[in-house]
Design a protein around this ligand. Structure first.
Ligand SMILES: [Zn+2]
Ligand SMILES: [Zn+2]
Length: 184
């Protein structure tokens, strides 16, 4: 637990507090730990606004930055510009009844009764949510040839020419058609 990523909410002014989270290690440590193929290209930054409300806190934020991830079809670099806004209600866990606690629901934990906002967990979660589910180098990326592995965006291999021939496709029968549908 990195305690400098915990923000005490005890001395929060009634009109809330703004802060910027831009400690690169917060993200790079998790990227390494989870073996994610994702490189930070432009520094990641989260602008946060934390407001005390009844029974908890309202956390608003904006995540910006840029990362490079592999294309889902051809594995070439995809440059992703991140700019996402979020708003979350953060519950204060009930310290007296630990059986009721559901870890992961809230980014607030109690440290000797003091509510602390786990900035690292919050910012990491927002970062993961902001990443595209299906990153592509471009929408009509042709991907890799399933037979020889050539990048079909830049190479025309012999196997793809075969596949493009309707007479040969007929000879290959239904299994080929099934392959194509599954890839769509
Ligand atoms: Zn691609
Ligand atoms: Zn090929």
């Amino acid at each position: 637990m990195q305690h400098h990523h915990l923000l005490s909410l005890n001395d929060l002014p009634p009109d809330g507090r703004r802060l910027t989270v831009d400690d690169a290690s917060l993200w790079t440590a998790n990227l390494r730990e989870f073996h994610m193929d994702c490189r930070v290209e432009h520094p990641l930054k989260v602008e946060l606004q934390i407001l005390p409300v009844e029974d908890g806190y309202l956390v608003r934020g904006e995540l910006t930055g840029g990362v490079i991830v592999p294309c889902n079809r051809c594995a070439e670099d995809v440059h992703i510009a991140l700019d996402s806004r979020f708003e979350e209600f953060e519950d204060v866990p009930d310290g007296e009844d630990e059986a009721d606690e559901q870890p992961g629901d809230s980014h607030i934990l109690l440290d000797k009764g003091v509510p602390m906002l786990d900035l690292a967990a919050l910012c990491w979660e927002e970062f993961v949510l902001a990443l595209p589910m299906n990153p592509l180098c471009h929408e009509d990326c042709k991907g890799l040839c399933p037979q020889c592995g050539a990048n079909l965006n830049t190479t025309a291999c012999h196997c793809t020419r075969d596949e493009g021939d309707p007479r040969l496709a007929v000879l290959r029968g239904l299994s080929l058609q099934k392959d194509w549908t599954e890839k769509k």
